[in-house]
Ligand binder design. Sequence first.
Ligand code: SF4
Ligand code: SF4
Length: 552
Amino acid sequence: MIVLINFLNKFLYQCSNIFTNFIKMCSCFVNRKIFYREKHRFYGGIDFVSMKINRSSSKFHNIVLPKNFFILIDDVITLKNKIVVNVGQLVLRGQILALGDNNIAPVHSPTSGLIIAIVKKKFSFFSKKYFSIINIKTDGKDNCINFHSFNNYKCFSTSKIIQLIYNSGIIGLGGAGFLSSKKLKLAIKKAHTLVINAVESEPYITSDDCLVQHFAKEIIEGCKIITWILKIKCVLIVLEDGKHKAYIKLKKELKLFSNFSIRQIKKKYPSGSSKQLIQILFNKEIPYGKHSIDLGIVIFNVSTVFSIKRAVINGEPLIERIVTISDSELLYQKNVLIRIGTPISHVLSECNINIHNSTVIIGGPITGRIVNDLSFSILKTNSSILCTKLNFMSNKLEGPCIRCTECSRLCPIRLLPEQLYFYSKVSDHKKSQEYHINECIECGICEQVCPSNIPLITYFKKEQSKLNKIKFKENMSKRFKKLFLSRQSRLYHSDLIHKNIVNSNSPLDEQCNNSIIINNNIERITIQKSNYFRKIELKAAISRAKLKKDMK
Ligand code: SF4
Ligand code: SF4
């Protein structure tokens, strides 16, 4: 009996120990989790708690093609005579309409039909620049060119596949519109981690969520293409909290891939921005003037990855994308597959949206633009159309800055928007650069919270464009200076100058004498600084070659 009691005592003691340890472990885990969450937050931003929560729409819809497409082409391309089609020409779906350049992707026809006009137009709400608009009257057949698939892409060189991605007109579909081929080139031998960004931090937008739910397999295929190009193994797909269906779909597809992982992050605007995303995921802050690639991390939007898959495996250029159409009351929300160049008026009428007394916003409610001309058509970077009866985007009377510092408290880049506002207003370029105006990601938070309704981003954009112009002029003058010096050096070395110097005793007119005096002076200087000139000559030759390449 005593032995039994002793045994029970020991047993109970052990059980209590195990239980206490278990409780300790749990509390440790909870504490660590809390610590982990706090550690990986970024500065500023707006929590979604105070805003309307997205209602995820799992289906996507197709709409009838419009009778007329209006493809907007950047005027820079037009200036360089890169539009390769003419009025009266018949085109097929996927046929190239305009060639790209170093910063702009080529543009393809979204359907088959006849080109009835190419005009120039400026949209006051979009930007001050002109667009060339190619008007295609559809023939209703939607015939396409022969698409060449690169199913066996691993048999080709990486440069060939990057060129294919460029030729397919693929740009960052998250909003920035940066050339994907250029990003890939920059990341070669630098990146060790690929981050797939499926975070839609602005409210009302659910297009990426819908895409992941329907095309998880294709997205993983796109990731594999990128990892093969960049020779990297680690892939991280990032979703927001609450995107359960997308998470389950991805998880199911990723069972066999040990190098792929999924992360869900808390909803907070602008967590979809690359700098904030890296801070949340890796607890690393990207310094001013640097990019994620400098830390070895390359970020692609999930829609871009899907387009890369379609370009490489199916040979299809980028001519359509999923766009979220919604109203601010969320009575209506649909994800629609829309061809690039479809007029907004057609999209809204096909979706049966009554826009009477409503404001149409292209983009999210924070960074979007109010559309006052519904003939404006869908661009590659548009992920949402929002119709709202609310007046949160309407023009309000601008007041003076009251130095409340609310803007700097919430700026995710830790800028001082109130200071930048003053310097931009008085065009103090030196100070605005000192306060890192070029680091502004135009998230719009400062403008949203400003009690004086100051259109801060408009001021910042104006200042940035002035700075860009100044920088451009400085670069050009530097180039011309180099070219001038190299020319002087070339003249000295040329036979003609030597002959002139040898024949300097022969009768020459006044102009020729002057030239010889100048040349003799150059000779003296050149002899003294011959090494210096040789270096300049070399640099000038390189800059000339670059200039020629740019001009091409
Ligand atoms: S728009 Fe620019 S300055 Fe304003 S909060 Fe965003 S990053 Fe900061
Ligand atoms: S929020 Fe507006 S009023 Fe307040 S400091 Fe910033 S710019 Fe000035």
